[in-house]
Design a protein around this ligand. Structure first.
Ligand code: ADP
Ligand code: MG
Length: 627
């Protein structure tokens, strides 16, 4: 046996320590997943070797039969996993088994609260990986050698999962990795043949690499022969015919590719032959990954070319607004030596991308038939999908069908109404789809602009997500009906209003011309225009923006991002029926200018805007209240 040299004791990165601590305490009821994670790593390591061996046969070292082996020793209380995959160098080991490289990890760990159940779910989204060994083991030893390094470049890593690990150089003839778990007192149950076999079948049937366990066969005379038995199915799941794959197998496979704990909401498995040749298996997760909004968060599909694993996170096959979709693409249309750089230039990739985008949108469309499940999807990923119309103009009609909104029809803040259902409820003569954008649901719901719509019973979409105004600027129509922001431009309800109403409005406007002129003079530069409106029933005034002006929400976002925007002056609209407006008409001097100013400031506040000089507003208002 060799002796270890160059032994060092190193501390885990802080994030690893935190994760280990939380994981060990939170995942108690889900302990068996350690096996899935370790088999999954072994399978990844075999995939990587196979890929690198494409242009360097020597890596196989006369042992090209890739496999994972699992052994146990009930007496010693150990479980050992072994793979003959790519293995790790000393630096690899320090990097991979001592740190967490995912971006956003520190952020993620801050969200954990110490509440077991909640944390277990969050950790599931994060993906626990190798460190899950410590859920069942109080001592872990890893021995490994990288396929392209000499035998004396083996490495032994050892840790008790607390703050540190030791690492040493060893002699190791076999390439690949061996992990020995010394089971905790209360986890000894895993050192059991039956238990291990059933877990391998449960979690790893779909993995193409065979997972083997020792077997003993007795002949008629009672002589024993020891050998190996392949426990899993060992064919790549997506290659098998759909009809032969059970729901549970799809779900287990999802957990493997997505590093997720929960079941997927739905999936779509397709084999295509013809101009393009590919097999795709796409999943919609139930929960958002922790790095959904990270700039460099993991996204994309696992790419295979003719069944050979090429890379994880190939993000070239789906647009960004579908980045939550997980799965596999296996194609004959790319060459085996394709790289990330080459993918960007290959015209086949664009074709595959548009085909997969259609598949994904169709899958979501199908999911939307089940309203309850779709709502779960929408609540989690709706705001990502809303990036769609801007990113993917060609598919914007399909995306529009998938959008959900809060509206005045339901009065709940849940975004649960489709445009199709809005159109069904449209009033006789209504030709447009009306919406309002505000900073919060309540600001939208209580906006004065809605008053006339309430009175007439016309539904309005209530938009309050940060991306909503951006979204609407890329959606011009749905089902031939234009979208109209009711806080912009002149209000034209078209045929919903009859001729008599229109005439009455014109007459009022005429009668109030004098008032309008006085207010305009009094407010001067503060406003672009003053006019009489019929859109209000309860409020005395409101502000609107010119039709093609950027809305208030987008302005605030851009200003917050440090953009300097030219000032826009609002249009002030007055409700001629309101008592305050009548009072305005009969006042003059300071009383008139103060009240005009109060009406303008109030209208801005009701819109969610900020006053330049709020103290002056309060002072004017108090004076008015005390006369
Ligand atoms: P992930 O698999 O999501 O990358 P893990 O925590 O499971 O995260 O593993 C961390 C890294 O350790 C892997 O990315 C891989 O580089 C390395 N690793 C783990 N197990 C093995 C193995 N059996 N063979 C080679 N490398 C491994
Ligand atoms: Mg892993």
């Amino acid at each position: 046996m060799s002796t270890a040299t160059h032994e060092e004791t190193l501390g885990f990165q802080t994030e690893v320590k935190q994760l280990l601590h939380l994981m060990i305490n939170s995942l108690y009821s889900n302990r068996e997943i350690f096996l899935r994670e370790l088999i999954s790593n072994g399978a990844d390591a075999c995939d990587k070797l196979r890929y690198q061996a494409l242009d360097n046969d020597g890596l196989y070292e006369d042992d090209s039969e890739l496999r994972i082996e699992i052994e146990h020793d009930a007496e010693a209380g150990t479980v050992t996993l072994r793979d003959n995959g790519i293995g790790m160098s000393r630096d690899d080991v320090i990097q991979n088994l001592g740190t967490i490289a995912k971006s956003g990890t520190a952020e993620f760990l801050k969200q954990l609260s110490g509440e077991q159940q909640k944390d277990a779910k969050l950790i599931g989204q994060f993906g626990v990986g190798f460190y899950s060994s410590f859920i069942v083991a109080d001592e872990v030893t890893v021995r490994t050698r990288r396929a392209d390094l000499p035998h004396d470049s083996g490495v032994e890593w050892h840790s008790q999962g607390a703050g540190e690990f030791t690492i040493a150089d060893i002699e190791r003839a076999a390439r690949g990795t061996e992990i020995v778990l010394h089971l905790k007192e209360d986890a000894k149950e895993f050192a059991d043949d039956f238990r291990l076999k059933s877990l391998v079948r449960k979690y790893s049937d779909h993995i193409e690499v065979p997972v083997r366990m020792p077997s003993v066969e007795k002949d008629d005379e009672g002589n024993e022969t020891h050998g190996w038995e392949t426990v899993n199915e060992a064919t790549a799941l997506w290659v098998r015919p759909k009809s032969e794959i059970s729901e549970d197998e799809y779900k287990a496979f999802y957990k493997h590719v997505a590093h997720d704990f929960s079941d997927p909401l739905t999936w779509s498995h397709n084999k295509v032959e013809g101009k393009l040749e590919y097999t795709s298996l796409l999943f919609v997760p139930e929960r958002a990954p922790f790095d959904l909004y990270e700039r460099d968060g993991a996204r994309g599909l696992k790419l295979y070319v003719q069944r050979v694993f090429i890379m994880d996170d190939a993000e070239q096959f789906l647009p960004l607004y579908l980045r939550f979709i997980k799965g596999v693409i296996d194609t004959k249309d790319l060459s085996l030596n394709v790289s990330r750089e080459l993918l960007q230039q290959d015209p086949q990739v664009d074709k595959l991308k548009s085909a997969l985008t259609k598949r994904a949108l169709d899958m979501l469309k199908k999911l939307s038939k089940d309203e309850e499940t779709y709502q779960t999807f929408w609540n989690t990923f709706g705001s990502v999908l809303k990036e769609g119309p801007a990113e993917d103009y060609a598919n914007r009609d399909k995306i529009a069908e998938l959008l959900r909104f809060a509206t005045t029809h339901t009065d709940s803040s849940t975004q649960d109404q489709s445009l199709a259902s809005y159109v069904e409820r449209m009033k006789e003569g209504q030709q447009k789809i009306y919406y309002i954008v505000a900073d919060s649901f309540n600001a939208a719901k209580h906006s004065p602009h809605l008053e006339i719509f309430r009175k007439k019973g016309i539904e309005v979409l209530l938009l309050s997500d940060r991306v909503d105004e951006w979204l609407m600027s890329h959606l011009t129509e749905y089902d031939g009906k234009a979208f109209v922001d009711i806080a912009k431009g002149d209000l034209d309800l078209g045929e919903i209003e009859d001729e008599d109403e229109k005439q009455a409005q014109e007459e009022t406007a005429k009668a109030k011309e004098g008032l309008v002129k006085r207010v305009q003079e009094s407010l001067g530069e503060e406003v672009q225009e003053v006019r009489i409106t019929h859109r209000l029933t309860d409020s005395p005034a409101c502000v609107v923006l010119p039709e093609h002006e950027m809305g208030f929400q987008m302005r605030r976002i851009m200003e917050a991002a440090g953009q300097k925007l030219p000032e826009v002056k609002p249009i002030l609209e007055l409700n001629p029926e309101h008592a305050l407006v009548t009072r305005l008409e009969t006042s003059d001097g300071d009383a008139f200018s103060d009240l005009s100013r109060i009406l303008l400031d109030q209208a801005i506040i009701a819109e969610g805007g900020h006053l330049d000089d709020p103290a002056a507003y309060v002072k004017r208002l108090n004076e008015l209240l005390t006369v």
